[in-house]
Design a protein around this ligand. Structure first.
Ligand code: DLL
Length: 433
């Protein structure tokens, strides 16, 4: 087994806890001294950095929410003067002001280091050719991966997004062995490569996919259509960007680097869930200088995995993300997650893996859910011989998982917009009516 930093990756639990305690105290002291927002929050709860004598004392500390980042836009939560900031990134800001995040020189070093650990974890090294097919602007996915790929000495192709045929041409011409993009763009790349009949001309072996949810069936589909191993990469700008949690070659949960992040999984009341239960992932940074974050409520749902990973790494591990606290759709009182729909769709060979969920209210003001899916070109070569039977089949499959009736709309292949970045799978028109 190859490790990038064996000392930290295989640390004994007690040793890691000691390191975490030391770093937690330092982080708490830094925010208390340098960030008025945190000082006020600590004072309100009557806690201070000196109250921390064990990592369990973290539950006494205040939480941080996305709204706190927005309220302190742009630099209000920075713990160092601006002349120590060497880079900023920002979230897209589709639901309000963007969240601006900053990095010192050391932060960028640590980030590159963690990305290097992740890439080593999926078997990549300086013999690889890595195509980074994500947006290189303020989005953390571009430069975040880029620095990590350079750190392991692989040949980096900063292809960015767009022009799918050209992306595939580069893959062929440069002998690309690993690609990073969103899973929705990967599906589009795979679809186009298949249409062009060039899959066997590619040297791809690894795909790193993340920045949005994707199901196990999508993974199977990508692995099969591109003949690769597909790994899940999780991260968020507020804590750093990509690289927070990453799968290893075992593909059995995501490792989180415990020497840099402290992880909790909490229930709706902010209490720790019982062992192995799902809840909201809450992360505290332990080494960040520019923007240290205490107990950040990610809004992402996961479980802490208790068993040790057979790769030998002893880091905390989480299950693949199970959805977001706020992306649960409530349709006629029933909870529906887009990931459940995705799981059903990608299993049905008569339709493509692209879909869109549209929520409306009917004349009786009752919720209606429509799932738009695309018919495959060779849809009628199996048991289902016409449009009506394909539609009925998809409706029945969805009903058996969701427990509600959906309207399925079959559209021509290629009609649902493909995306180069994060895809927008749900259109909720219920309040627009
Ligand atoms: O998406 C950082 C990133 C870039 C991660 C490239 C992985 C690869 P944000 O734009 O701030 O940062 O979005 C963060 O995206 O809270 C999750 O809801 C979602 N997300 C990210 N990765 C995954 C994943 C980047 N692997 C938000 N599975 C997070 C499910 C994910 N959701």
């Amino acid at each position: 087994m190859r490790y990038w930093q064996p000392k930290y990756e295989t640390m004994k639990k007690e040793e890691l806890t000691q390191l975490q305690l030391k770093r937690l105290k330092k982080t708490a002291a830094a925010v208390y001294q340098n960030v008025p927002f945190y000082r006020e929050k600590f004072n309100k709860l009557d806690v201070g950095p000196d109250n921390i004598s064990s990592v369990d004392d973290i539950c006494e500390l205040p939480m941080t929410f996305k709204t706190d980042m927005r309220d302190n836009y742009p630099f209000g939560l920075f713990a160092v003067p601006n002349n120590e900031i060497v880079r900023i990134h920002a979230s897209s800001g589709t639901s309000g002001k963007p969240t601006v995040v900053g990095y010192t020189h050391n932060d960028i070093e640590n980030w590159s280091e963690l990305m290097a650990r992740n890439l080593t974890m999926v078997g990549l090294d300086n013999n690889d050719v890595f195509q980074n097919a994500v947006n290189y602007g303020l989005f953390t996915g571009g430069l975040g991966f880029h620095y990590g790929v350079e750190r392991i000495g692989a040949m980096t192709i900063p292809s960015g997004t767009g022009n799918t045929c050209r992306q595939l041409e580069m893959m062929m011409d440069f002998g690309v062995t690993a690609v990073h993009c969103t899973p929705s763009y990967a599906l589009y790349l795979a679809e186009t490569a298949n249409e062009m009949g060039i899959v066997d001309k590619l040297s791809l072996k690894v795909g790193c996919f993340g920045a949005e949810p994707w199901s196990s069936n999508t993974r199977k589909q990508l692995e099969k259509s591109l003949d690769i191993k597909a790994y899940d990469s999780y991260g968020l700008s507020e804590l750093m960007g990509p690289g927070i949690a990453f799968e290893c070659e075992q593909q059995d949960g995501l490792h989180i680097w415990g020497d840099h992040f402290f992880v909790e999984v909490l229930d709706q009341n902010g209490e720790q869930v019982s062992e192995g239960e799902k809840g909201e992932l809450v992360i505290t940074s332990l080494t960040k200088e520019a923007l240290p974050v205490i107990r950040y409520r990610t809004g992402d749902i996961t479980r802490l995995l208790e068993s040790e990973c057979s790769c030998g790494r002893t880091t905390p591990r989480i299950s693949r993300l199970l959805g977001r606290v706020d992306d649960m759709l409530i349709v006629r009182g029933i909870n529906v997650f887009p990931s459940q729909i995705e799981d059903v769709i990608v299993r049905i060979p008569e339709i493509t893996e692209h879909f869109q969920v549209i929520l409306d209210r009917n004349v009786k003001m009752l919720d209606e859910i429509t799932v738009k899916v695309e018919l495959e070109e060779n849809a009628f070569t199996g048991e289902l011989k016409d449009l009506a039977s394909v539609r009925r089949h998809v409706e029945n499959e969805l009903k058996s998982v969701l427990n509600i009736r959906t309207n399925v709309e079959l559209v021509e292949r290629g009609t649902i917009p493909r995306t180069e970045g994060k895809s927008k799978k749900v259109i909720d028109r219920r309040n627009a009516l």
